[in-house]
Design a binder for this molecule. Structure first.
Ligand code: E4P
Length: 218
């Protein structure tokens, strides 16, 4: 399963890319609004850093506007994936952009039917938001299970991109279910890197080693 960083922060992305576990980035208007500077310049810099798929979202709400904006976003860098919200207009725009050869990530997916329709019009990715479903006492990962199951019985090239991730267990469950991608806030990736038993174990190895070296020299 691929791991993307869900962030508009160059600092966060720069910190994680050297670890070698990051395959791409997803941004959205809320994430980019937290940063200072021209959002399109930030997207370009993220593409240079990650050298993998970077989702940049349209803010137009009509199909013609989304298509025009999608073309502009795709022109920023070859790694840009145009992110389009799942609406009637978004479906029309996805269909047109995919036919022109652009990769589209259909976002704000909250049902399996939405994911199926997005895949039918040629989305490269569908982004179901698991955390926001959990927030309203609905089974977010249950939705991933349904979509993965549907795609297994179809010949779509569309990848299931688990979004709105809240903790490391979402990553583990997404991988177990066979999702293609999990996009995670940097804090979730940092949390998943740590284990107290690793720290305790390493401390003991190093202490034992030092003690043995000192005894050897004595
Ligand atoms: C994904 O592409 C979205 O940007 C993101 O995962 C939304 O997450 P949130 O629900 O934490 O805002």
């Amino acid at each position: 399963m691929k791991i993307f960083v869900d962030s508009g922060s160059l600092r966060e992305i720069e910190t994680l890319v050297p670890l070698g576990i990051i395959d791409g980035v997803t941004t959205n208007p809320s994430l980019l609004a937290k940063e200072t500077g021209d959002p399109r310049a930030i997207v370009r810099q993220i593409c240079r850093l990650v050298q993998g798929p970077v989702s940049a979202e349209v803010v137009a709400t009509d199909a013609a506007g989304m298509i025009a904006e999608g073309r502009e976003l795709a022109a920023i860098d070859e790694h840009v994936v145009v992110k389009v919200p799942f609406t009637r207009e978004g479906l029309r725009a996805t269909h047109a952009l995919a036919n022109e050869g652009f990769r589209v990530n259909v976002t704000l997916i909250f049902s399996a039917a939405q994911a199926l329709f997005a895949a039918k019009v040629g989305a490269a990715y569908v982004s179901p938001f698991v955390g926001r479903l959990d927030d309203i006492a609905t089974d977010g990962m249950g939705l991933i299970r349904q979509i993965v199951d549907i795609f297994r019985h179809s010949d779509f090239a569309t990848e299931v991109l688990v979004a709105s991730v809240r903790g490391p267990m979402h990553i583990v469950e997404a991988a177990r279910m066979g999702a293609h991608v999990c996009t995670c806030p940097a804090s979730v990736i940092e949390g998943a890197l740590k284990h107290p038993l690793t720290d305790i174990g390493l401390e003991k190895f190093l202490k034992d080693w030092e003690r043995a070296q000192a005894a050897h020299k004595a």
